[in-house]
Design a protein around this ligand. Structure first.
Ligand SMILES: NC(=O)c1ccc[n+]([C@@H]2O[C@H](COP(=O)([O-])OP(=O)(O)OC[C@H]3O[C@@H](n4cnc5c(N)ncnc54)[C@H](O)[C@@H]3O)[C@@H](O)[C@H]2O)c1
Ligand SMILES: [Zn+2]
Length: 355
């Protein structure tokens, strides 16, 4: 069983466990991590209905699971407040902790509730989507949306424990698994080596939900993210590299009103766009071949208004500095660099993403 220990400069520590069947061992894992006392079990309602028996069984240890019908449009401070009320009703005390089981929306919200409730109690993240296992689980960013945009309120609050059980991913719709795999491929391009080779070998098997193909990919991506966030807890430096493919990706999501592409699909297209700007990069064709295997459900045709909106969104990207957009590019596989991009570069990357 791989356990990855992450120690932060702030003194916080997160243990990540990646193991098929880990969910059933959650009480023991929490005890090993020194968590005792009263607990509140907050679950994505869909996950609760799909994995009812396992989660009700956990209720014997953590108290009855609270199912929350969360979604991106309900990723609000009102939901955080409702979660805090549930914790209070369950008499979770200062010695207690929160266990969050669900996709990235649920874990971001529950993590924020844990950061605020009684001015902060420890929490355990049990991400149930591939995207959340490889990205949202680790790193301590918690948050909610405002009308003006996504994740505009939040707090850094490192989970004490992250438990990734690939068995949870078997009930995930195929499109959600492909979405998570785009982030895995992003990690593989940042890392190279074994993770890249495994992606090249096992991508389609992982997409079909085979736990033995998924588990090593989750582990590789988590190891990479662990290394990066440990070195850069508050996102001042290297953490920006995790935005590989996201400059174009975020623009595509914004230009289509967050409805046409899943996040991972937008990232997959963003990786194509990014590679168009990596002139002279060795093994660029190899990277492109892998990225092109990522499936996009509803095609990638944008009308001219949407293309224009995507270019404008890139200009507004929060990574824009002094009028220049900053792209993460690859000097080679495993060697990301930050580069300023001109308006022409942005247009070229967008065209390549949608070609
Ligand atoms: N904190 C971070 O560092 C970080 C990083 C990346 C993304 N995020 C956030 O994560 C969110 C996206 O996460 P997501 O892609 O997991 O979306 P999500 O939480 O909306 O989950 C996607 C869908 O899958 C369902 N689901 C969850 N687990 C399931 C399972 N095991 N079986 C079947 N269905 C299941 C959910 O109910 C939902 O309908 C965004 O809000 C994003 O901002 C946060
Ligand atoms: Zn992402």
């Amino acid at each position: 069983m791989p356990t990855i220990e992450v120690r932060f400069a702030s003194g916080a520590r997160t243990d990540c466990v990646i193991e098929s069947g880990a969910l059933q061992r959650l009480p023991a894992l929490c005890a090993n991590a020194g968590l005792s006392g009263s607990s509140g079990l907050l679950c994505d309602a869909r996950v609760l209905s799909l994995h009812r028996d396992e989660l009700l069984a956990l209720g014997a240890h953590f108290g009855d699971p609270v199912g929350r019908p969360v979604s991106e449009s309900r990723k609000t401070l009102a939901e955080v407040e409702a979660m805090c009320e549930e914790l209070s009703a369950r008499r979770v005390g200062r010695d207690g902790y929160v266990v969050a089981i669900g996709g990235g929306v649920l874990t971001d919200l529950a993590g924020l509730a844990a950061a605020l409730y009684l001015r902060g109690v420890p929490w355990v993240s049990v991400p149930s989507t591939l995207l959340a296992q490889v990205d949202a689980g680790l790193g301590g960013k918690t948050g909610a949306n405002l009308r003006a945009g996504k994740n505009l309120v939040g707090a850094f609050h490192q989970p004490r424990l992250v438990v990734c059980d690939p068995v949870l991913l078997t009930t995930l719709p195929s499109r959600e698994r492909w979405s998570g795999l785009a982030e895995v491929v992003k990690c593989a391009l940042l890392e190279g080596g074994d993770l890249l080779q495994r992606c090249e070998r096992d991508l389609e098997r992982a997409a079909s939900g085979e736990a033995d193909a998924l588990a090593p990919l989750v582990e590789g991506a988590v190891r990479l993210k662990a290394r990066i966030v440990a070195a850069d807890e508050r996102e001042g430096g290297q953490r920006a590299f995790l935005n590989l493919g996201h400059t174009v990706g975020h623009a595509l999501e914004a230009a289509t009103g967050y409805t046409h592409f899943s996040h991972g699909e937008a990232v997959a297209l963003g990786l194509r766009g990014m590679l168009a700007l990596c002139e002279g990069m060795p093994e660029r064709d190899r990277a492109l071949r892998l990225v092109e295997r990522l499936r996009i459900a509803d095609g990638r045709t944008l009308d001219s208004g949407q293309r224009q909106a995507a270019l404008e969104a890139m200009g507004r990207d929060k990574k824009a500095r002094r009028g220049a957009v900053r792209f993460v590019l690859l000097e080679r596989i495993g060697a990301p660099v930050l580069r300023e991009a001109s308006a022409e570069d942005c247009a070229r990357a967008l065209a390549a993403a949608l070609a």
